[in-house]
Design a binder for this molecule. Structure first.
Ligand SMILES: Cc1cc2nc3c(=O)[nH]c(=O)nc-3n(C[C@H](O)[C@H](O)[C@H](O)COP(=O)(O)OP(=O)(O)OC[C@H]3O[C@@H](n4cnc5c(N)ncnc54)[C@H](O)[C@@H]3O)c2cc1C
Length: 448
């Protein structure tokens, strides 16, 4: 039912983690905001590896969404999965948690904050790092017996994996980690610290760890891994069916456990195909968007704005770049939380501008300087922090390392979660990170 004349307009946010949480806080005063999420809880993804090796940590990374959204922020929370977004009618079909029917929810503006999955070898992507929450993915899951839409289900999964690792540790088992990007390196070093009897090997098809990050940081991580006995093999393609592969990595009898730490996978199942990319990481399926973050049709269909420009896509769910190699309007932005939140801020500004009738004054998004900041932990007491990386290989500088970098990562974790819980210390610390009208460096305009 449309709102009565003069009432506040309705904004629908699909996803309630980093970017959805940011948008809810930003828009709650001017709009009736509704957040829909498939799961009942927030989970601080960058810290979740620690939870699998030290389950007590999960409690500090998670909180239930409904009390924070409804009682603290004063917005509406729906625990359910968006199954379809209808741009022409401006409705979302939502399967709520305890109903077999589909509800239709109307909106005036919508910001898609639905993130993505990880793990390219599964049809819909599945990994320890992100709970399996979509109805269809749950049907193909390796942990079907657990329902991770509940916080209790997530806790059971964490405990199950922890006990598996404890048994492997007792057996002095071999573990292969496929992919030496920041997730692979963090996982290998967490395992080594908490389960020191494991024999850990990490491989990557690139010539060194940490992908495109600077040599200084890669060398630092490699030295750490070498010092604690983690074997590294580079320029090495994962080919588990080939006995030569196993010989090459000095595991002729295979590994007792394999963790695949590569690749993102789109999970925008609710979007019409006309808005989704044919290409991109994990086989495509990312939401096309323009420089105002409005959802568009795919370029082969003309690339025009979809659904009158009132629907935006921010963070991990979108295509991440505008244009094509050699002719970038915006080169690929890493799928990490800082640029996601920066995009969320730009989308919120644009929703407010549209509401004021300032269609010609929409903010143009940019490659944020914070997209070049990466903190890679090496167990609980060491880490390295890179700043100023960009789309060029080996760009950026390692500006902090060892215990100070590990402390920095912990402070970020604690204060970010505090902010997402809508508590004042976290809000005070993080508010001005994105609300910066004047930009002294980076690729944004001097003044927004
Ligand atoms: C192991 C790991 C470590 C990381 N470390 C860092 C780090 O150190 N620093 C950093 O900046 N970034 C890091 N990242 C990346 C960061 O976690 C993501 O960039 C960030 O979570 C993206 O935020 P988002 O809001 O776009 O999406 P998400 O955080 O993925 O949230 C999406 C939300 O949408 C919900 N949802 C999805 N589909 C639907 C649907 N159909 N209906 C309703 N709800 C839906 C999901 O349940 C979820 O709650 C890391 C990621 C991983 C996996």
């Amino acid at each position: 039912m449309p709102p009565p004349p003069g009432a506040k307009k309705r904004v629908l946010l699909i996803g309630g983690q980093f970017t959805g949480n940011f948008c809810a806080r930003e828009l709650k005063k001017q709009f009736y905001v509704t957040v829909v999420d498939c799961k009942e809880y927030f989970e601080y993804t960058p810290g979740v590896l620690r939870a699998f090796v030290r389950p007590a940590h999960l409690d500090s990374l998670t909180f239930t969404l409904q009390p924070v959204y409804e009682r603290k922020m004063g917005v509406k929370f729906i625990w359910g999965e968006v199954k379809e977004l209808n741009g022409a009618r401006k409705t979302a079909s939502v399967k709520t948690m305890f109903s077999n029917n589909i509800d239709e929810i109307g909106f005036d503006y919508c910001i898609i904050c639905s993130g993505c999955n990880f793990g390219p070898f599964k049809p819909m992507g599945e990994s320890l790092w992100f709970p399996t929450v979509h109805e269809e993915a749950r049907g193909h899951s390796d942990w079907k017996h657990i329902d991770e839409r509940y916080l209790e289900g997530r806790r059971r999964h964490v405990l199950e994996e922890y006990h598996k690792l404890t048994d492997l540790n007792k057996k002095q088992a071999t573990v292969l980690i496929v992919g030496a990007g920041f997730i692979g390196v963090e996982w290998a070093t967490e395992l080594e610290h908490f389960f020191p009897q494991l024999k850990i090997t990490i491989i990557d098809f690139l010539p060194r760890c940490l992908g495109p990050l600077p040599d200084g940081a890669a060398d630092y991580c490699s030295d750490y891994m070498a010092a604690c006995g983690i074997k590294e093999f580079y320029n090495c393609k994962y080919d588990p069916k080939n006995p030569e592969f196993w010989k090459q990595i000095e595991l002729p009898n295979g590994a007792d456990e394999i963790y695949v730490c590569i690749g993102v996978k789109a999970s925008n199942y609710f979007m019409p195909a006309e808005t989704l990319s044919d290409k991109g990481p994990g086989g495509g399926g990312w939401i096309h968007f323009n420089k105002h973050l409005q959802v568009t049709q795919k370029p082969s269909l003309g690339g025009g704005v979809w659904a009158d420009g009132t629907i935006f896509a921010v963070g991990d769910c979108n295509y991440g770049c505008i244009g094509e190699p050699g002719k970038w309007e915006m080169p690929p932005v890493p799928k990490i939380s800082y640029p996601g939140e920066e995009q969320a801020y730009h989308a919120c500004l644009n929703v407010m501008k549209l509401e004021k009738g300032q269609k010609s004054k929409l903010v143009t998004t940019w490659w944020p300087w914070g997209a070049g900041m990466f903190a890679t932990s090496l167990g609980p007491h060491d880490a390295c922090f890179v700043a100023a990386a960009n789309e060029n290989k080996n760009s950026g500088y390692m500006v902090n390392w060892w215990i100070p970098a590990a402390l920095q990562k912990e402070i970020i974790e604690t204060t970010k979660i505090d902010e997402c819980r809508d508590r004042w210390i976290g809000i005070l610390i993080w508010h001005f990170v994105h609300h910066t009208p004047v930009h002294l460096f980076g690729r944004g305009p001097w003044f927004v």
